[in-house]
Design a protein around this ligand. Structure first.
Ligand SMILES: [Zn+2]
Length: 463
């Protein structure tokens, strides 16, 4: 049992977005058991003084590619738009291995947990020919070790260059291989129960790397097993041109035609949608994973998120892969989200609280997790706490919740609690060593770059 005592400020993210001051939060097992003032200390409970802490529900990250943490900030992909960026990276990803996936996952999950994320999705879509092993199994193992709640998605690419797609043939698989492995992953790892720590979803990569038949069959397979569907859509103008040329319609109309819209679908990006397309998203309950940093980094554009919210589209937040961000800083993503929309759509576009809601409750609902995303009795104990007494938030406490979005320069939490377990304490990972995760990430990154013939003239830091 954990008793968070006398919490300075709680932003519950309940339906009425209640804020509490000076309340206690009792965690029993994996749930929030009681919230109240001056709760008695149960026998055996660990008491944590929270008199300078802000408590919020953990953030939910809707889109990532963990393996890309090993190729972030690569000079050859700086100052590139999506299609050129991808074409450079495909060659490096051809050297992906189970060991590299494990290193990338540990790195990404460590950053996510340290910046307030308690539940994350990931899309692994590169399965190079000749590479054996269970790449998604390795991700699940690493994420479970660090203690994050995890929705891995089985990505896929079936349309290589010789079939008119963008990726080289060496990193695509046949539809039959993809579907067989997708079914294996669902049967082995998917847990449909409330409070589950691992759930699988299926995620063909994009309209320009997957064939139409596989898209249809993936949706059928996902619906047969009751798992969610995910893909990239509406990210760039190049994608619009590609879909018009190949399918005769814009990307969203293509998805509609092949039965890919619905409450069980979430789409990464959604930058280039017209008004009627936003209405179609709202009508069909199809959700968007908004990735503002990646959209800025690749000059993809600004997703019309305030307009989506006004029209009733379900929107959550994602950091996207680290090769287009180039970090898994979840709190940083909230800041970028707020600032880009204040710039693009005006000073009343959205509030800091709106962004926190999207990144907690909004994301949890999109992943079908009503038991997660708010601080209420009976809900999952997925919580993060920030010490607000320090330098970064000094002078900003007239609104303690907005302070973490507008102010602060470190973005590191003091506590992260997932499923009732403390996995970050005093700003450090509890279950893993940060220095060794960083060193392993560098080893795996340099090995992949060297194998791909990419020069790294500056060498490594000396320890
Ligand atoms: Zn992505």
């Amino acid at each position: 049992m954990l008793l968070f005592k006398n919490v300075y400020h709680i932003a519950t993210m309940s339906d009425t977005r209640d804020r509490l001051c000076g309340a206690d939060v009792l965690v029993e097992g994996n749930r929030i058991a009681r919230i109240g003032v001056d709760l008695a200390v149960p026998d055996g409970a660990r008491v944590i003084d929270c008199s300078s802490m802000l408590m919020i529900p953990g953030f939910v990250n809707l889109h990532h590619h963990f393996n890309q943490t090993l190729q972030r900030n690569l000079p050859a992909t700086q100052n590139r738009k999506l299609f050129d960026w991808l074409t450079t990276l495909y060659g490096i990803w051809a050297g992906l291995s189970e060991e590299a996936v494990r290193a990338g996952t540990r790195l990404a999950c460590a950053e996510l947990l340290l910046t307030g994320c308690t539940m994350t999705s990931d899309q692994m879509y590169v399965f190079p020919s000749g590479v054996g092993g269970d790449l998604i199994g390795a991700e699940i193992e690493a994420a479970t070790e660090l203690g994050i709640r995890f929705h891995p998605t089985r990505g896929s690419m079936s349309r290589g260059r010789s079939a008119g797609g963008l990726p080289p043939d060496g990193v695509v698989q046949t539809g039959a291989e993809i579907l067989k492995d997708s079914e294996r992953l669902i049967e082995r790892y998917h847990n449909p129960d409330p409070f589950a720590m691992v759930r699988i979803a299926l995620s063909p990569c994009s309209p320009f790397s997957v064939d139409e038949e596989l898209m249809r069959e993936t949706a059928q397979l996902g619906r047969k097993h009751g798992v969610l569907l995910h893909t990239h859509l509406g990210e760039t103008e190049d994608e619009n041109d590609y879909c018009l040329r190949e399918y005769g319609v814009r990307p969203l109309a293509f998805l509609e035609r092949i039965g890919w819209l619905g409450e069980d679908v979430w789409l990464a990006h959604g930058v280039h949608f017209e008004d009627d397309e936003l209405d179609l998203l709202a009508e069909t309950r199809t959700a968007i994973a908004h990735c503002p940093t990646s959209n800025m980094r690749l000059s993809s554009g600004v997703a019309r998120v305030p307009e989506m919210l006004r029209r009733g589209v379900r929107v959550g937040l994602g950091v996207d892969g680290s090769a287009s961000n180039d970090t898994s800083d979840m709190l940083g993503e909230l800041r970028n989200c707020l600032l880009v929309h204040l710039l693009a759509e005006g000073s009343d576009a959205m509030t800091a609280e709106d962004v926190v809601w999207m990144a907690t409750r909004g994301g949890a609902q999109i992943l079908g997790r009503e038991e997660i995303g708010s601080i209420e009795e009976g809900k999952a104990a997925d919580l993060v706490l920030f010490d607000m007494a320090g330098l970064g938030y000094s002078g900003a406490l007239s609104d303690p919740l907005a302070a973490i979005v507008y102010s602060g320069f470190e973005h590191r939490v003091d506590y992260t609690v997932v499923d009732g377990q403390i996995v970050v304490e005093a700003g450090r990972l509890v279950r893993a060593d940060e220095a060794s995760i960083a060193a392993d990430g560098n080893d795996a990154s340099f090995a992949m770059l060297e194998a791909a013939g990419i020069e790294t003239p500056w060498g490594r830091p000396r320890s």
